[in-house]
Design a protein around this ligand. Structure first.
Ligand code: ADP
Ligand code: MG
Length: 292
């Protein structure tokens, strides 16, 4: 495209709340064949809330939540923030933890009241030799409803399960339908478990799901799709999406997300409305044809 056409194009995009880094990004948008969407904060609002607590024998709901939230104080993960907020809502007295450690893509560990706490997904329980089977059925039900099950273990034993719910953005389903109508393949890419991911994907009409991806693995998944012949747009909001955004042919960040994601992307959707992706591709196609 001529510099003038690109200037006009990026100017129009800005009016639509789409910030385009350079002319190359605008031209690349037209060649995209597959769109990968991060789940949390991109398809969903990214503001999860505690939806339910199921306890193991010998534990009360408040005890389980107190240990979990105490371990998560200071956590920057949306799941951790949700648990702390829920504990505050119930006016539970949280205790200071020590030896806090985040396990990327799995959960956290900490010492609370002198007792070791491990909380996170099934894989984390397995790696700490915690028998999660008594609540596996409840976890499966939570996942089928699109909720994220968070197991809580204290002293190496299962204490309870917290179901955390995040709602999908009202416009996500429409955006997916429009992307498909443009002939694009739409994929979900998430660190969450397969069952929860599939339930959310079904809600918005996505057929292709890549779940249980560790933060470091997202860029590899983008590369794999590229190797299979796709020109890939990656859409994400988190720090852990940044390498994938940079690896994609077109990196699209959500303006309501992290600065790191925005810095790694070619395009930023200011309001976080996924329908803007369709508008950007549309605009790119028109900008390029105008000058030909
Ligand atoms: P996402 O792609 O949804 O941002 P992450 O890679 O951050 O996922 O985490 C993957 C999974 O690991 C989460 O769905 C959750 O089960 C577990 N997990 C990660 N961090 C935490 C945390 N701070 N507290 C509880 N569970 C966590
Ligand atoms: Mg996210």
């Amino acid at each position: 495209a001529t510099p003038t056409a690109v200037m006009v194009g990026t100017g129009k995009a800005a009016e639509l709340g789409i910030l385009i880094g350079d002319g190359e990004a605008l031209e690349n948008a037209r060649r995209i064949t597959a769109v990968l969407l991060d789940k949390t904060g991109t398809i969903t609002r990214g503001r999860p809330g505690l939806a339910g607590i199921v306890t193991a024998e010998g534990w009360s709901e408040d005890e389980v939540l107190t240990f979990a939230a105490s371990a998560e104080v200071g956590s920057e993960h949306p799941l951790g923030e949700a648990l702390v907020a829920a504990a505050r809502e119930r006016s539970l007295a949280l205790t200071a933890h020590r030896d806090f450690a985040g396990v990327p893509g799995h959960g956290v560990t900490a010492i609370v009241d002198g007792r070791p706490v491990v909380l996170g997904n099934q894989a984390l329980m397995t790696s700490y030799d915690v028998d999660a089977s008594p609540l596996a059925g409840v976890a499966a039900e939570a996942s089928a409803a699109g909720r994220t099950p968070v197991y809580v273990a204290v002293d190496g034993r299962l204490a309870g399960l917290l179901a955390v719910a995040d709602t999908v953005k009202p416009e996500s389903a429409e955006a997916v339908a429009e992307l498909k109508a443009l002939g694009l393949e739409v994929w979900m890419l998430t660190g969450d478990n397969e069952a929860t991911a599939r339930a959310v994907a079904a809600e918005v009409g996505i057929d292709h799901v890549i779940a249980d991806v560790l933060p470091a693995g997202k860029a590899d998944r983008v590369a794999a799709l590229q190797e299979s012949g796709h020109v890939v747009a990656m859409v994400g909001d988190g720090i852990n999406d940044a390498p994938a955004l940079a690896r994609a042919d077109l990196g699209i960040s959500i303006g309501t997300g992290t600065d790191v994601a925005m810095a790694a992307s070619d395009i930023t959707l200011v309001g976080g409305d996924l329908r803007s992706i369709v508008a950007a591709i549309d605009l790119s196609r028109r900008t390029v044809t105008t000058i030909k």
